[in-house]
Ligand binder design. Structure first.
Ligand code: MN
Length: 459
């Protein structure tokens, strides 16, 4: 990637902008490219600069939010930039519509084939190649596909972490523990790349997916930044820059200030909204709808059960003083009665034993309509029997009273009660005794009837 002629061409510039001097401005630089923008979820800024040594910018970058890529071309004039352009175009065409790392890796592999094809077809030069580092950010997920020594850094909570592994000779030395990362950055063999697009048809891309969250800053760059500026300084500049474009500009400026030996491309993407709040709200909405559905279903089932019960339930109860036959449940739901009066009768509740009267107030359940009718008829018979017994008792009392006492003082005012009204023309004392006997008889009859009803209910 180094070219003696280009170094000569840029000699004067390099001297003027030697390291240690004031920060290099990035505005109005030749052969520079920028891109700023934002979506609902992301905000980004990009800058690519030829640097202070090279004659051409062989880097290409892709901004098609939420897809971003940096490709660093190699192969010299009219080759490196062709390779990197073919690569970003192919990645743009082939990238998935979701944070799918496998498909993103496949897009990079397709770009490899396209670069190889470009070499063979004369589009560019044989031996041209490039790196490819791309990310796809979807809500809180970032998929990465990567080949070569361009990098992705993630700034999370003020800490910068490099999340890609360079496919380079010096990275292998670092991995083997032979040199440090800082030594790698200035190592004479730092430009030797062990995996790139454009040489091996079987080349494969590294790919993985990470969680990102609101406030995270993603930096994608070519080695023109990482070989010129130590990670610690990248972190400081990334933390202190307000906007992503300011961060990209500041980082490019730092690379130029450090010497700008290579083309430098920096793409900064801020996660403005990771969509998790939205996702949680949607989940909450879904669960509320699900619970409302379950509740509605439960109400429908309960309603159906009540309706079935009401349709098949019968009882007899006090219907404004007489015994009525009801279908349903002796209750109300939301103010609506759950019963219907099916039949009324002439059987007076007040003629029945007190215990039965109390039961009729709350309703006495029966199996069906026939049993309800039978129950009413039984009450009617019971009352008739009671009255007959009372009358007989009164008669008997009258008879015994007549045997013991004279009957010379008839008094219509002292006639017995209606329950013993068949025993007319009774003397007052005898009537009183007869009435007591009749009452006793009625009471015992009621007790019997009561016992009978309780027994019936217990069935
Ligand atoms: Mn480079």
């Amino acid at each position: 990637m180094s070219d003696v002629n280009e170094v000569m061409e840029q000699q004067i510039t390099e001297v003027v902008n030697a390291p240690g001097r004031d920060e290099m401005p990035v505005e109005n630089r030749p052969d520079a490219d920028t891109n700023t923008g934002k979506t609902e979820h992301l905000s980004w800024g990009a800058r690519s600069d030829v640097g202070l040594v090279r004659g051409h910018n062989e880097d290409s970058f892709l901004v098609r939010a939420p897809l971003f890529a940096v490709c660093d071309g190699m192969g010299g004039h009219a080759a490196g930039e062709v390779a990197s352009r073919i690569a970003v175009e192919t990645i743009a065409e082939r990238a998935p519509e979701h944070a799918d790392e496998i498909l993103l890796g496949a897009a990079v592999e397709a770009a490899n084939e396209a670069v190889l094809e470009g070499s063979l077809s004369g589009k560019g030069k044989p031996g041209m190649g490039c790196t490819a580092t791309c990310v796809y950010v979807e809500n809180n997920l970032m998929s990465v596909a990567h080949v070569g020594d361009s990098r992705v850094y993630l700034l999370h909570g003020g800490i910068l972490v490099r999340i890609t592994h360079d496919h380079s000779y010096v990275e292998e030395l670092v991995d083997a523990g032979e040199i440090t990362a800082d030594e790698a950055r200035v190592h004479p063999s730092r430009s030797i790349i062990t995996r790139a697009l454009g040489s091996d048809p079987d080349m494969y891309a590294d790919h993985f997916t990470l969680d990102v969250s609101t406030g995270d800053r993603i930096i994608i760059c070519s080695d023109g930044l990482s070989s010129m500026v130590p990670d610690k300084q990248i972190e400081e500049l990334a933390v202190s820059s307000v906007t992503p474009q300011a961060a990209a500009d500041t980082l490019v400026s730092a690379a130029l200030t450090a010497g700008g030996h290579d083309n430098v491309t920096v793409l900064v993407v801020d996660v403005v909204e990771d969509g998790l709040g939205e996702i949680h709200r949607a989940e909450r909405r879904k669960s509320i709808i699900a619970w409302a559905g379950i509740l509605l279903l439960a109400l429908v089932i309960a309603g159906s059960v009540v309706a079935i019960l009401a349709k098949n339930s019968w009882y007899v109860a006090n219907n404004n003083g007489t015994v009525g036959v009801f279908r349903g449940i002796n209750d109300e739901l939301f103010g609506m009665p759950l019963y219907d009066l099916v039949e009324s009768s002439s059987v007076k509740v007040s003629d029945l034993p007190v215990a039965v009267q109390q039961q009729l107030d709350s309703g006495i359940g029966v199996a069906n309509h026939d049993e309800a009718v039978q129950t009413v008829e039984r009450y009617r018979d019971q009352i008739d029997t009671d009255k007959t017994r009372a009358a007989q008792a009164a008669e008997a009392a009258k008879g015994s009273a007549g045997a013991n006492q004279r009957t010379d003082n008839p008094d219509p005012a002292n006639k017995p009660t209606p329950s013993a009204e068949s025993a007319d023309s009774t003397p007052s004392e005898a009537a009183a005794t007869g009435q007591q006997a009749a009452e006793r008889a009625t009471e015992s009859a009621r007790a019997e009837a009561n016992a009978g009803t309780v027994g019936k209910e217990g069935e």
